[in-house]
Design a protein around this ligand. Structure first.
Ligand SMILES: NC(=O)C1=CN([C@@H]2O[C@H](COP(=O)(O)OP(=O)(O)OC[C@H]3O[C@@H](n4cnc5c(N)ncnc54)[C@H](OP(=O)(O)O)[C@@H]3O)[C@@H](O)[C@H]2O)C=CC1
Ligand SMILES: O=C1O[C@H](COP(=O)(O)O)[C@@H](O)[C@H](O)[C@H]1O
Length: 484
């Protein structure tokens, strides 16, 4: 249960945008219905056009119900009593004069910047101009924070003029997912896996975040961003940190963040040759998803017909520390892939001497942690086939958390919003983590730009370009691709 005593006012910049309407308001609605937020809390949603509170609430309701089918009209009416619409422009400081008039400074004042990162600077300085960056205020920054190391540093330096590090909440919504926190619980709440969780016993690790959706209406955003900045620099590297980090001594924010930082700093830097050999850049062409035809990336709205923006990226990474040296970590993410799935595959080493004949492949011991759409853990091992034979075949233990726990599994944003309200920073990214992540991906961006590397095409509805399979095939491996 959240700290419902904590009364707050939350200003959502980007209130008319996709993220607020589809994810943040539905998440706040859930927390409200579950009585996890203070009954006096208020939400101020910002946009540039003129709109009444009622018009805004009606529009938000329409989007929220489309995104989520469990919203009741009656509960929304109650929830919307707490919502106000504010017409403001990030670039017009005059419009910020409204803030001290409407916000109660004795409450926690939360500013959620769900806009493009170019607006972070004017929003911060305009908040400060009207004196709302006080000791009781917090700022939430959406990703991607900047475009590269330099622009990220630039924004962080700027924000740091007005807010202290412990007032800054850098969102990576994957860290708020129940399944990702469960990954920490599996690793650090049990002894079972710890002894095996190292280079002596693990031969490779795969981390996949695949989406079946395309870029939709976000073509202009995606053209500037691409899969590397949108997903790999943040979500995939954060998952890698949780898989690879040393056991933390507590759940305190900086203890966890220190351990993640050590992993990011241990990633083997990529040379230009590594990028050419070990990083795959892909772009979807037309194909079919669930039997329905879909457009290629170049035909999407607001996408240049000659675009070389990647909608898929796969990387072979290495962590240079005592636990993981020489264990390849294969990471991949893409849009318009065969299905929406996020999973981690820990492949254990083969036994040193084989005394049994085996049916069905060499990958005897494998732990597959599926984060979404369903949350499962599958442990594969070999067992004897029944009857007059010594032959072994793969079998698995299968655990489904949705069946195991009847309670509603909260969405990533809901948990993170509640943590901002409670002032808990553990699941937010610290500045030095972000710097380390940008430093590691920067050679990829530089090499792609300098060598003008075009993306390899893949058919929408497939698992990415053939070169992605080849990346693993070179090491005698293949991606785990099992349809739910
Ligand atoms: N959508 C998603 O699924 C995800 C988005 N994000 C990140 O969240 C952020 C927002 O994304 P998204 O909602 O998709 O973006 P949208 O393009 O849908 O929305 C942009 C918002 O910014 C507002 N805006 C633009 N210019 C100004 C201005 N000068 N002053 C005040 N407000 C302005 C727009 O308001 P107006 O009505 O005035 O145009 C609109 O509300 C981005 O950083 C994105 O990377 C992160 C993860 C997922
Ligand atoms: O941050 C982002 O994440 C979503 C995917 O999130 P998920 O929770 O649905 O897995 C992605 O679609 C979007 O492009 C990206 O900005």
């Amino acid at each position: 249960m959240a700290d419902v005593q904590n009364c707050f006012d939350m200003v959502l910049f980007g209130g008319t945008g996709d993220l607020v309407k589809r994810k943040l308001l539905p998440a706040l609605y859930n927390a409200f219905v579950d009585e996890n937020i203070n009954s006096e809390a208020r939400f101020f949603c910002v946009g540039r056009s003129a709109m009444t509170d009622q018009e805004y609430s009606d529009m938000a309701y329409k989007f929220a119900t489309e995104a989520k089918n469990t919203i009741s009209a009656e509960s929304w009416r109650e929830f919307s009593k707490h919502i106000r619409y504010l017409q403001m422009d990030a670039n017009n400081s005059e419009t910020f004069n409204k803030l001290p008039e409407v916000l109660d400074k004795t409450r926690t004042n939360i500013f959620y910047l769900s806009t493009s990162p170019e607006l972070f600077k004017p929003i911060c300085s305009n908040i400060a101009k009207v004196g709302m960056n006080h000791s009781n205020s917090r700022i939430v920054l959406e990703k991607p924070l900047g475009h590269d190391l330099k622009s990220s540093n630039d924004i962080n330096d700027y924000v740091a003029q007005y807010f202290k590090e412990d007032q800054i909440y850098r969102i990576d919504h994957y860290l708020g997912k129940e399944s990702v926190q469960n990954l920490m619980a599996i690793r650090f709440g049990n002894t079972l896996f710890e002894a095996l969780w190292r280079r002596q016993w693990v031969s490779s690790v795969q981390i996949t975040i695949a989406e079946d959706l395309g870029v939709g209406s976000r073509g202009d955003f995606y053209e500037q961003t691409g899969a590397l900045r949108d997903m790999l620099q943040n979500h995939l590297l954060q998952l890698l940190c949780i898989v690879a980090m040393e056991p933390p001594s507590s759940l305190e924010a900086d203890v966890i963040r220190d351990e993640k930082l050590k992993v990011l700093r241990s990633l083997k830097p990529l040379t230009e040759d590594d990028v050419v050999k070990n990083v795959i850049k892909g772009q979807y062409k037309s194909g079919a998803i669930n039997g329905s035809p879909v457009k290629g990336y170049l035909e999407e709205e607001k996408v240049s017909p000659n675009s070389i923006t990647e909608t898929f990226v796969a990387v072979k990474a290495e962590i240079q520390n005592w636990r993981w040296a020489e264990v390849p970590f294969y990471l991949r993410t893409g849009k318009r892939m065969q299905e929406k799935v996020a999973e981690i595959v820990i492949q254990f080493k083969d036994i040193p001497v084989k005394i049994f004949p085996t049916a069905g492949g060499n990958f005897a011991n494998r732990l597959i942690i599926r984060l979404q759409p369903d949350e499962t853990v599958k442990l594969y091992f070999l067992a004897k086939q029944p009857g007059d034979t010594n032959r072994l075949q793969p079998v698995y233990l299968d655990l489904n958390f949705n069946e195991m726990f009847q309670a509603r599994r909260t969405d990533g944003y809901e948990r993170l919003l509640l943590d901002v309200i409670r002032g808990k920073l553990t699941l937010f990214v610290r500045r030095d983590e972000q710097i380390a992540a940008w430093k590691w991906v920067e050679p990829i961006l530089d090499t792609w730009r300098e060598l003008k590397i075009p993306p390899k095409q893949y058919t929408a509805g497939s698992w990415g370009p053939a070169s992605s399979s080849a990346l693993l095939a070179r090491d005698g491996l293949y991606w785990h691709e099992e349809i739910a």
